[in-house]
Design a protein around this ligand. Structure first.
Ligand code: NAD
Ligand code: UGA
Length: 453
């Protein structure tokens, strides 16, 4: 089938490459010339395990084209995926300017029936806005072509995006109950048929329910995390171990083990903005989503918990103190620094006068870029960040180690070496990588999240 993907970011690139892998002929369009140039010269603009292979193979086979040519790209695909960003607006709602610009481009250049798929995470009702934008463009040039707008939200996780896309646990598709909607249904069914061979993974529904499903999923996951973080903070006070509690409750199949890890807060480009956007949608309809407000508040607080533990241990004034920080990306297996908890911790430490040595297995270049922006007005703080080539190098002479991202590479370090490099054997573990009794026996003072047993 002929597919066009508008927006070649995390979701667009993974979607395009994976659909090409299934034998489709895919055009990936982007407004960012630099990104398209990187892709056309064989590079990959993001760190995502397994993606380079899929992109290279399908480009070589002529099934995957990267372009900034709007007219040619829109003309190509019978199915047009909109996968552009939906960042938060000032009031927390999703900013739809990129989605609607993409819709207008489709309307301006389409010359026959098209299925327009909202793949971006968009508030309920956006398909109507996309339809109106396309119609306006068609009417302006008196083009008598038809189309249907479909909602097909994406559930992939960064760091496991290719695997998640190729082996989805569900495919959610919302179609209109109109003749065009039925045409769209047939094309989408054909496109996703390879995923449904062994058992049907597609949930067909109306467009609004599909749009809502995406926010409900992210809000539910964020809620679990914030709830566990609140319990962890209480566990610290009452002398219980949140990890034991996690096992104890996760074994109930009604609760389950996934997404019950307490830590130093959730980050990334999605949970923070999607929780806010759903709250905003509710407010627009006169409803206050009390639980989600709390989820956000708890997460804001949680990003400060590691820094607070350091302050409780070393005092408010950290001038002359030096800390090692392992992990900068918002989660492992990505170089994405959006809303990363590391950025909050670094600000807490630097504002109190400390210096830091930081290391991340893949996010160093992105961290340099993002931190330079974070501290653009505070070069005296930026100067106190040393970027270390290895985790061990970061430890040299540090008063303590703080762990922010649970990279596998940090899970079983040579503890003797860690001890010998640190000034004092103190660890603040924001992701509960270690067992308190084991690490205590190894001679460390250990501060986890919710593990003060
Ligand atoms: P991204 O910022 O990585 O990529 C968006 C791309 O769209 C950029 O390359 C940008 O240059 C391009 N773009 C903007 N306007 C354009 C236009 N008019 N025409 C062509 N290209 C245009 O964003 P992302 O992380 O891929 O997220 C995209 C959407 O998918 C968001 O709504 C997000 O919430 C959702 N989502 C993201 C993930 C994830 O893990 N990143 C997972 C599921 C859903
Ligand atoms: C999340 C969802 O998991 C995806 O299903 C969804 O498609 C995506 O958002 C999106 O809409 O873009 P992602 O943000 O890539 O994916 O990463 P997650 O693995 O969900 O982690 C998000 C944050 O939660 C990370 O900071 C992680 O450290 C934190 N987290 C996760 C916890 O603190 N505890 C947990 O138990 C799980």
């Amino acid at each position: 089938m002929k597919i066009t993907i508008i927006g070649t970011g995390y979701v667009g690139l993974v979607t395009g490459a994976c659909l090409a892998e299934l034998g489709n002929n895919v055009f990936c369009l982007d407004v960012d010339q630099k990104k398209i140039d990187i892709l056309n010269s064989g590079g990959i603009p993001i760190h995502e395990p397994g993606l380079a292979d899929v992109v290279t193979r399908n480009r070589a086979a002529g099934r995957l084209t990267f372009s900034t040519d709007v007219a040619a790209s829109v003309a190509h695909g019978d199915i047009q995926f909109i996968a552009v960003g939906t960042p938060p607006d000032e009031d927390g709602s999703a900013d739809l300017q990129y989605v609607l610009a993409a819709a207008r481009n489709i309307g301006r250049h389409m010359d026959g029936f098209k299925v327009v798929v909202d793949k971006s995470t968009v508030p309920v009702g956006t398909a109507d806005k996309v339809r109106a934008a396309i119609l306006e463009e068609l009417q302006a040039r008196e083009a008598g072509v038809t189309f249907s707008v479909v909602s097909n939200p994406e559930f992939l996780k960064e760091g496991a995006a290719v695997e998640d896309f190729m082996r989805p646990d569900r495919i959610v598709i919302g179609c209109d109950d109109t003749p065009e909607g039925q045409q769209a249904h047939a094309l989408m069914k054909k496109l996703y048929a390879p995923f449904n061979r062994n058992h049907e993974r597609t949930f067909w529904m109306d467009v609004r329910s599909a749009e809502f499903t995406k926010y409900a999923a992210n809000a539910m996951l964020a809620t679990r995390i914030s709830f566990m973080n609140e319990l962890a903070n209480l566990a610290d006070k009452v002398g219980a171990d949140i990890e034991a509690v996690r096992h104890g409750i996760g074994s109930d199949p009604r609760i389950g083990y996934s997404f019950l890890y307490a830590g130093c807060g959730y980050g990334g480009s999605c949970f923070p903005k999607d929780v806010q956007a759903l709250e905003r949608t509710a407010r627009d309809y006169g409803q206050d989503l009390l639980i989600l407000r709390a989820v956000e508040e708890v997460n804001h607080h949680q990003k400060h918990v590691l820094g607070q533990k350091i302050v409780e241990r070393f005092g408010e004034n950290l001038t002359g103190r030096h800390f090692a920080v392992w992990g900068l990306a918002f989660k492992p297996n990505t170089d994405d620094m959006r809303e990363a908890s590391s950025r909050v911790l670094l600000r807490q430490l630097l504002e109190r006068g400390a210096s830091v040595a930081v290391h991340d297995p893949v996010a160093m270049a992105e961290a340099r870029r993002v931190l330079a922006l974070d501290f653009a007005d505070a070069s005296h703080m930026l100067e106190r960040i040393r970027f270390s080539d290895s985790p061990m190098d970061a430890l040299r002479g540090a008063d303590a180690l703080a762990i922010v991202t649970e990279w596998k590479a940090f899970r079983s370090p040579d503890f003797d070496q860690v001890k010998s490099l640190l000034k004092a054997p103190v660890i603040f573990d924001g992701r509960n990588l270690f067992e308190p009794d084991v690490i205590g026996a190894a001679g460390f003072e250990y501060h986890g999240i919710g593990r003060s047993v």
